[in-house]
Design a protein around this ligand. Structure first.
Ligand code: SF4
Ligand code: SF4
Length: 598
C-alpha cells in the first residue's frame, strides 16, 4: 500500500509492522502521535498505554524487553531527562527483546522549555542513535534499530526533530506484521545491577560501540563529487540539498544518519579529497565535534566552518534560507547563492499564546488572583496548558521550570523567604507525572505552601490523552480511577478544598480567601473539564447596555471577546464556551446568556 504518513505515524506503522509488542509513552509535543497512531492497531500480542511519566514508561518497556518482547518507549526530549535514570542503568543491565527509545527533539523550540539535543545523550549513555531525515527514512530505520538492539543487547535511541515528526511523505509498504515470538523471562545474573558487574559491563559496552560502527555506517550516505564537503544530518540534509541546487559540482554532501557511534574510516575516506568542510546541523555541534576529533587523531588538517567558529547558529531551527545565508557568509557572497524562497515571502504574524476561550483555568487563576489581591504572593507554575497563566492579563505565573517543579520550587521559595505567601499551580496529568513526590516532601518537611491542582480531567496541551485521574485507559475503556483528593489525604494533608471554577466567581473568591487565611500546607483542587471536551448548550452576547469600557476584555483576556472597527464590543458566538466569567466583571449588566436554540 501507498500512504501519506506524518513522520510520527510512519514510525508507528513501522513499529507495528516490525512486531513491537509493548508500546508505552507519556504525551509531549512533538512525540505524541506515535502512541496516538499505535493505539489504532490491534493484535493479540500487542499492548499500548499512556504511562504516568517517561521513567515509568521506559521501565515498563525494559521489563517487557527482558521477557523477550520488542518494546518502545516514546517521549519528547525533556521527557528523556525524566527517563535518564533507567536509561543509563539499562546500558549496563542490557536488554533482550529489541528496545527502542523514541525521543522527539524540538529545535526552535516550538513547545518546549529547552532545545536540548538527544544526540548528546547518545554520547553520554554510550548508545547508538538513529537520526532520520524524513518520514520515509524513519519508517525504514525502525527495523534495523530493533535488529541492532537485539544483536548488541542494548537499547537504541531513535531521535527525530519536530520537522521530521510533523512533516508528511508518501511511503510505500506492505501492511503485514512480522510476529515475534516472546520467549518469556529467563532468570540471569546479568539482570541485577551490581557495582562489580557494572565495571565489567562498562568495558563491554565500549567494545560493543566499537563493534557496531561499521555495521551502522551503511545508513550514512555520500552524494556529489565537489571538493567542498558538507557534513549534515537529520532534516538539515534537505535544507542543504535545496540550498546548493545548481552548485552540484562544487559540493559533496555527507549525510550522517547515525551520529553516534561514527565510523572513522568512513569519515577519513570522505575527507580525503576535500578542500574544506562545512558542518550544517541543528542544535549542538555533535557531528562537528565528533568529526574534528577523528581528523585531529589522524593528523588531517583542513579548514572547517560550523558552529564552533560562529558560522552556524547554536540555537533555533535551520531552514533553507538560513543555510543559504551561512554559505554566502562562508564564501563572502562570491557564490551568489539565490536567496528568494517561500519562507521569505510567507511571513506569518506572531500571536501571543493564550488559554482557549472558556478555559476553566482562566477562572481558577482569576479566583486566586482576586482572593490574594494586595498580598505579597509568588505564584509558581508548571508545564501544561496552565503555563499560559503567565500571559497578560492573567499574570499569575512567576516561575516555570519543569514537570512537577511548581510544588518543589514553592517550597524552596518559602524556605528562603518565609514572609511571602507561595501558591503553586499544577495540572492533573502533571500532578500524576511528578507532582506527588513534591507534595509528600512538603508534608514531611512541613513547608507551608498552597498547591492548586487545576484538574481539567484530561491532558489538554498534547491532545486530550487520558491519565489515572480520568479512570479511562488509552482506548477510552474503563481503568481504575485515581482520586486526587484521596492521594492528598493519604499523604496526611487535611486542609483540602474542591472548587468548580465555573461556579459563582465571588463565592469562589471568598472560599479561597478564607482558605488562605491560615498559614499551613493546603491543597485546592479546581475541577472542571477542559472547555474543548464539552458541547455547550448556551453562549453569551453583549447587549445594548454596553459602555465600551473593555473591562471584560482587559480582566479576562478571553479570546472570544473583541472590539470591532467601530469600537463596539462583541463576543464571538462560535468561540464562546459559555463559562460566564466575563459577566462577573461587567459594570453595567451588558453580558447576557443566549440558549443555543434561541
Ligand atoms: S485545551 Fe482546554 S485546558 Fe488547555 S487552554 Fe484550552 S480549554 Fe484550557
Ligand atoms: S465589561 Fe460590560 S460594559 Fe464593559 S465593555 Fe465589556 S460588556 Fe461592555
Amino acid at each position: 500500500m501507498k500512504k501519506v504518513l506524518m513522520g510520527n505515524e510512519a514510525v508507528a506503522y513501522s513499529l507495528f509492522i516490525n512486531g513491537v509488542n509493548v508500546a508505552v509513552g507519556y504525551p509531549g509535543t512533538p512525540s505524541t502521535e506515535v502512541i496516538e497512531t499505535l493505539k489504532n492497531f490491534k493484535d493479540d500480542d500487542f499492548y499500548v498505554e499512556w504511562s504516568t511519566n517517561e521513567k515509568v514508561a521506559l521501565e515498563i518497556a525494559a521489563g517487557a524487553s527482558l521477557a523477550g518482547a520488542r518494546a518502545v518507549a516514546t517521549m519528547k526530549q525533556v521527557g528523556l531527562n525524566v527517563a535518564a535514570d533507567p536509561l543509563l542503568s539499562l546500558t549496563i543491565v542490557g536488554v533482550e527483546g529489541g528496545l527502542i527509545v523514541f525521543v522527539a527533539d524540538d529545535p526552535g523550540p516550538h513547545s518546549s522549555q529547552t532545545e536540548q539535543d538527544t544526540r548528546n545523550f547518545a554520547r553520554f549513555c554510550n548508545l547508538p542513535v538513529f537520526d532520520p531525515s524524513s518520514p520515509k527514512e524513519a519508517f525504514e530505520l525502525i527495523k534495523p534499530a530493533f535488529e541492532i538492539s537485539e544483536k548488541y543487547k542494548l537499547p537504541v535511541l531513535f531521535r527525530m526533530t519536530t520537522r521530521v515528526c510533523h512533516s508528511n511523505q508518501s511511503v510505500e509498504f506492505e501492511f503485514k506484521r512480522e510476529k515475534k515470538k516472546v520467549k518469556g523471562f529467563v532468570k540471569k545474573p546479568d539482570w541485577v545491577i551490581l557495582p562489580a558487574l557494572s565495571y565489567i559491563k562498562h568495558v563491554e559496552l565500549k567494545q560493543k560501540l566499537q563493534n557496531m560502527k561499521k555495521e551502522l555506517s551503511v545508513y550514512n550516505k555520500i552524494e556529489g563529487r565537489g571538493k567542498i564537503g558538507i557534513i549534515t544530518g537529520g532534516v538539515s540534509y534537505f535544507y542543504v540539498k535545496e540550498a546548493i541546487k545548481g552548485y552540484d559540482d562544487l559540493f559533496s554532501i555527507f549525510k550522517i544518519t547515525i551520529p553516534h557511534p561514527l565510523d572513522e574510516e568512513f569519515i577519513l575516506e570522505f575527507v580525503k579529497d576535500k578542500e574544506m568542510l562545512i558542518f550544517i546541523e541543528e542544535l549542538d555541534p555533535v557531528l562537528e565535534e565528533e568529526v574534528k576529533l577523528i581528523l585531529f587523531e589522524n593528523g588531517r588538517i583542513i579548514s572547517t566552518y560550523g558552529k564552533r567558529n560562529g558560522y552556524v547558529p547554536f540555537a533555533g531551527e535551520l531552514d533553507v534560507d538560513k543555510v543559504k545565508d551561512i554559505l554566502n557568509r562562508i564564501f563572502s557572497n562570491k557564490l551568489h547563492i539565490k536567496e528568494n524562497t517561500l519562507t521569505d515571502i510567507l511571513q506569518i504574524p506572531k500571536r501571543q499564546a493564550q488559554l482557549c476561550a472558556g478555559c476553566p483555568h482562566r477562572n481558577s487563576f482569576l479566583v486566586v488572583k482576586y482572593a490574594t489581591k494586595g498580598q505579597d504572593v509568588v505564584f509558581t507554575g508548571d508545564i501544561g496548558c496552565y503555563t499560559l497563566g503567565f500571559a497578560k492579563p492573567i499574570s499569575t505565573t512567576d516561575t516555570c521550570l519543569c514537570m512537577g517543579a511548581s510544588i518543589t520550587m514553592a517550597q524552596g521559595l518559602k524556605i528562603a523567604d518565609a514572609s511571602k505567601k507561595i501558591i503553586a499551580f499544577i495540572g492533573d496529568s502533571t500532578f500524576f507525572h511528578s507532582g506527588i513526590t513534591g507534595l509528600v516532601n512538603s508534608y514531611y518537611n512541613m513547608h507551608n505552601i498552597t498547591v492548586c491542582i487545576l484538574d481539567n480531567l484530561t491532558t489538554g496541551m498534547t491532545g486530550f490523552q487520558p491519565h489515572p485521574g480520568t479512570g479511562k485507559k488509552i482506548y477510552g475503556e474503563e481503568g481504575k480511577k485515581v482520586n486526587i483528593e484521596n492521594i492528598v489525604k493519604g499523604i496526611g494533608i487535611e486542609k483540602i478544598l474542591v472548587i468548580d471554577p465555573y461556579s459563582d466567581f465571588t463565592e469562589n473568591v471568598d472560599k479561597v480567601r478564607e482558605f488562605l487565611n491560615t498559614e499551613e500546607l493546603g491543597v485546592i483542587v479546581f475541577r472542571r473539564e477542559c472547555a474543548n471536551l464539552k458541547s455547550r448548550k448556551s453562549y453569551f452576547k453583549i447587549n445594548q447596555n454596553c459602555l465600551k469600557c473593555k473591562v471584560c476584555i482587559n480582566v479576562t483576556g478571553c479570546p472570544a471577546i473583541d472590539e470591532d472597527e467601530n469600537g463596539s464590543i462583541f463576543i464571538d458566538s462560535v468561540l464562546c464556551k459559555s463559562c460566564g466569567l466575563c459577566k462577573n466583571f461587567c459594570p453595567n449588566n451588558a453580558i447576557e446568556k443566549v440558549m443555543e436554540n434561541e
